[in-house]
Design a protein around this ligand. Structure first.
Ligand SMILES: [Zn+2]
Length: 307
């Protein structure tokens, strides 16, 4: 398995924000302590190029974000903060995803986990949103198509709806997107009747669930939604927006999940990947804000992913 981790993600300084450098510091410590940096290949990689970023985002927004970071603009949107280190961090997050897609497309490995921040799935083509600057998983999907793949499936189990990812591929028809998320909840999108349009009709699938959903119901709904869309898409690669903020103790999200539930969800994704695409999965860290339960949940995920 490929494991992407880097100290540069601690340079995205967000002050007292819950999406803070300690998240990634603790995740990296946990993965190192568990021996995964020894057992996985940990590649060096380059920041994403602007061609990769602009496959998803408008050049005007990309330029504006670079300026905001240089100017240490602070809060650029209701929930989103940037500092000078944010530009390199978000380019390196997207660069990790692109490198993982290329390596897995080339067949050297079939699994990758990218321990990156900021998260990406709320970022829209023209806007930062909800702690997210560039949409890392969307950039990864576009990179996969550039590599010659025809059909990619994105699964998103973060407790929040991946609205930016959905917006990017709503009428696309080569990238399927399934999200399970708490509803009603931020960002307010992801109703069951949001299913895509035009060539993308039927390629978008949403499973909104209530705040009192138990882990078994969550798992069953995730399995059903992911299996149904995989049948439709017949993916050649699965990308995973792996957020861990549905953990019971999470200060931002909080549903009912425990560490071991993320292991079980990972098994479901691995089974689908085995069935459709030679086990190929690129998993990207999204949310998860409890500084102890996040690294433990990531470890449960990586333990199954690398199994
Ligand atoms: Zn989230």
């Amino acid at each position: 398995m490929l494991l992407y981790l880097h100290d540069c993600f601690e340079q995205h300084d967000t002050g007292s924000h819950p999406e803070c450098p300690a998240r990634i510091r603790n995740v990296n410590q946990q993965l190192r302590a568990a021996g995964w940096t020894e057992r996985c290949e940990c590649p060096d990689w380059l920041p994403a190029g602007l061609d990769d970023i602009e496959s998803v985002h408008d050049a005007t927004y990309v330029n504006q974000l670079e300026r905001w970071c240089q100017e240490a603009a602070g809060r650029i949107e209701a929930d989103t903060v940037v500092s000078p280190g944010s530009w390199q961090a978000t380019l390196m997050a997207c660069g990790a995803a692109v490198d993982a897609v290329r390596q897995i497309s080339a067949g050297t490995h079939n699994k990758a986990f990218c321990a990156v921040r900021p998260p990406g799935h709320h970022a829209r083509p023209q806007h930062a949103m909800g702690f997210c600057l560039f949409n890392t998983v969307a950039v990864a999907a576009q990179a996969a198509l550039t590599q010659g793949l025809d059909r990619v499936l994105i699964l998103d189990w973060d407790i929040h709806h991946g609205n930016g990812t959905q917006d990017t591929f709503y009428d696309h028809g080569q990238v399927g997107f399934f999200s399970i998320h708490r509803s009603p909840f931020y960002p307010g999108t992801g109703a069951a009747d949001e299913t895509g349009t035009g060539r993308g009709l039927g390629w978008i699938s949403n499973a909104p669930i209530s705040a009192d959903t138990n882990p078994r119901t969550f798992r069953d709904a995730f399995t059903r939604g992911a299996e149904d869309l995989a049948t439709k898409v017949q993916p050649q690669l699965i990308l995973l927006s792996a957020g861990f903020d549905a953990h019971q103790a999470d200060p931002v999200g909080s549903l009912s999940l425990q560490e071991e539930d993320f292991g079980q969800l990972t098994q479901i994704v691995c089974q689908l990947a085995d069935q459709y695409c030679d086990g190929k999965i690129v998993s990207l860290l999204e949310g998860g804000y409890h500084l102890d339960h996040l690294p433990q949940s990531v470890l449960a995920h990586v333990n199954e992913l690398a199994d």
